[in-house]
Design a protein around this ligand. Structure first.
Ligand code: NAD
Length: 355
């Protein structure tokens, strides 16, 4: 084999253990932070517990993070951080809470410490997103990359089973596209393969016993690895499609990733033999990981059609137009007709087929 690649490691600490949230104060001390604003989503009561655990190291709680970081919310949270004299933010929650911390970091340079409670993977990336008047703008900036990530599987036992399963498929989607990314490399491939292996092996155990810590830990560990592949590579057709479906039709993030993934993978498999081989090792099957993922969704009662997520069939054309309007990388060239076929299959939920 001839090696020819560029690998970039992102500067961050990761602390991983059941109960690790109790050491959040040590992480702040390590970073020299003593006045943090805690951010979480509404109704996710864990924010209050973290404020209590941090004691004097916390200056307050902002429990209003919502999906896709509306600009008004980012501005209100930023104003609160400035008013309270915060020297950093602790984002506890899923991609929404972490996204809000990133928005504040982008504007004021305040460091973010992330405590992820879903499997979305935002904590491992320097990618920020903000939504103004229904349009989501995204960008990359190392200033938004969390300085430290504290993974505590105990915090994920409250994540409802349906959300746990779809969020884990969201994580596996990062690994799938990381494996065939234009800028993938051998380290990314190791992370991606082991991430999918850990998640696929543990998800059935998680569904059978959602309160058990070990399967939660294995899925969270896999989500970390998959998130790292997202942070290290450029995503392709699958992420482009999900971005368009979420942004244009407001479809739910994790569920949309779950439904679309097997169909895009089936489309790309013929042009991505190394990715197929890695996924076949991670998801023992018959050389067709796209169908294996689709079957796993059925076994775990996950959503399998865009129709059941509320998408109208007539909206397929809007998404075809949006996805083909601007070029992006993908292992196989994509025509409008290809996108139409992929979306048609994902909309109806039929078994993925090579187009
Ligand atoms: P989310 O953060 O919106 O969380 C979904 C819901 O689950 C919220 O109501 C939240 O309060 C609740 N929740 C979270 N953890 C919980 C727990 N342990 N127990 C009970 N309830 C819990 O959803 P998400 O899927 O994690 O994140 C989606 C968002 O993140 C999207 O806006 C997406 O674009 C963004 N994202 C960004 C990146 C990036 O690299 N920038 C990567 C992935 C996702």
């Amino acid at each position: 084999m001839t090696y020819d690649f560029i690998h970039r490691s992102l500067p961050m600490r990761v602390r991983f253990a059941a109960g690790s949230r109790k050491h959040l104060g040590d992480e702040l001390d390590e970073l020299g932070l003593g006045r943090v604003l805690v951010l979480c989503s509404p109704g996710h009561h864990v924010g209050d517990d973290i404020v209590e655990t941090l004691g004097k190291r916390s200056v307050g709680l902002y429990p209003h993070a919502v999906m896709h970081v509306p600009t008004e919310v980012a501005e209100q949270a930023s104003a609160k951080a400035v008013e309270l004299g915060a020297d950093g933010c602790v984002s506890i929650g899923g991609g929404s809470a972490i996204g809000l911390g990133k928005a504040i970091a982008l504007k004021h340079g305040l460091p973010v410490v992330a405590v992820p409670t879903t499997y979305a993977g935002s904590e491992m990336t320097p990618v920020w997103g903000m939504t103004t008047n229904g349009r989501k703008e995204t960008g990359r900036d190392l200033a938004v990359l969390p300085r430290s990530v504290v993974y505590d599987p105990e915090l994920t036992t409250s994540l409802p089973v349906e959300m746990s399963v779809t969020s884990a498929f969201n994580a596996m989607a990062h690994a799938v596209e990381g494996l065939y990314a234009p800028d993938t490399d051998p380290i990314v491939s190791l992370l991606a393969e082991d991430g999918v292996r850990a998640i696929a092996a543990a998800l059935p155990k998680l569904v059978a016993d959602p309160g058990a810590i070990d399967p939660r830990g294995e899925v969270l560990y896999g989500a970390w690895l998959c998130g790292a592949t997202l942070g290290a590579t450029t995503m392709s057709l699958h992420h482009k499609l999900c971005h368009a479906l979420g942004g244009t039709l407001n479809l739910p993030h994790a569920q949309t990733h779950t439904v679309v993934l097997p169909h895009v993978l089936a489309f790309n498999q013929s042009e991505a033999p190394a990715a197929v081989a890695a996924l076949d090792r991670a998801l023992p099957g018959d050389g067709d990981p796209a169908t294996r993922l689709w079957r796993l969704e059925h076994e775990l009662d996950a959503p399998t059609s865009l129709a059941e997520l509320g998408m109208a069939e007539r909206d397929i054309e809007r998404i075809v137009a949006e996805v083909t309007a601007r070029p992006y990388g993908n292992p196989r060239p994509v025509t409008p007709d290809d996108v139409r076929c992929i979306l048609g299959a994902a909309w109806s939920g039929r078994e993925p087929r090579q187009i």
